[in-house]
Design a protein around this ligand. Structure first.
Ligand SMILES: CC(C)(COP(=O)(O)OP(=O)(O)OC[C@H]1O[C@@H](n2cnc3c(N)ncnc32)[C@H](O)[C@@H]1OP(=O)(O)O)[C@@H](O)C(=O)NCCC(=O)NCCS
Length: 198
């Protein structure tokens, strides 16, 4: 029998979070959402370059960004999703999102997702943001494994994951419909031990 000590601690740690933890990097911070993030989130998710391989089509109305903030709040209240807003360190304005979700307390894994404003790509900012979330997930929450699931054509996402030490673990054929097109899904995994030695 496996010990249940960790199961309890992951659920307990999630349940006992009073609010989104603020994670501080050199150039950016991760924090919980605010009503005034709607413009930044709309500009992020209405950009077809950002949503090209995303699970939802580009936003067309600001109200959708307000709806997203409500969903993020709800996901946090249920402790199902920690969908951080990525903000500039100095101006606190939304430039992206980074999410830990699909928590499995029994097996101590979760999934990670991320998006960054396209005019800021290529400067290592996503690496900084995702590293903060991974570090928190492994060290503070006590996760054993973090997974990511990408469209195999998404070279930027693959490059980011590999740069962070994730290993490609296989392709699930035609797993998702993006519009009418059945697309493959490539699974990446990172273990706490990989992260420690990264
Ligand atoms: C994926 C995404 C977050 C990367 O953001 P970014 O800030 O440009 O990434 P970084 O600059 O931190 O790059 C980190 C590493 O990824 C790799 N990388 C980034 N862009 C790449 C590209 N276009 N092609 C190949 N590798 C790339 C590089 O290896 C880079 O490491 P390096 O800086 O040592 O060269 C960004 O492209 C994005 O928001 N895409 C749209 C949303 C999305 O598809 N999210 C993923 C859904 S699964």
């Amino acid at each position: 029998m496996r010990s249940s000590t960790h199961d309890a601690s992951i659920s307990t740690r999630l349940a006992s979070l009073p609010a989104f933890p603020r994670l501080q990097g050199k150039r950016l911070h991760l924090r919980g959402p605010r009503a005034e993030d709607a413009d930044g989130l709309f500009s992020l998710f209405s950009d077809p370059a950002v949503t090209r391989y995303w699970s939802r089509p580009p936003m067309t109305e600001r109200g959708e960004a307000e709806g997203l903030i409500a969903e993020i709040d709800e996901g946090f209240e249920q402790r199902e999703k920690l969908n951080w807003i990525v903000v500039g360190r100095d101006d606190d304005a939304a430039i992206g999102t980074c999410t830990l979700f699909h928590f499995d307390a029994r097996h101590r894994y979760a999934e990670v997702g991320y998006a960054l404003r396209s005019d800021l790509w290529g400067q290592g900012l996503a690496r900084e943001a995702v590293a903060l979330a991974l570090d928190w997930g492994f060290r503070t929450l006590g996760l054993h494994r973090i997974e990511a699931d990408i469209d195999p054509r998404n070279d930027a996402s693959r490059g980011l994951l590999q740069r962070l030490g994730f290993v490609s673990e296989g392709v699930l054929r035609q797993r998702f419909f993006v519009g009418d097109v059945a697309t493959d899904s490539e699974i990446f995994g990172l273990l706490a031990d990989d992260w420690q030695h990264h």
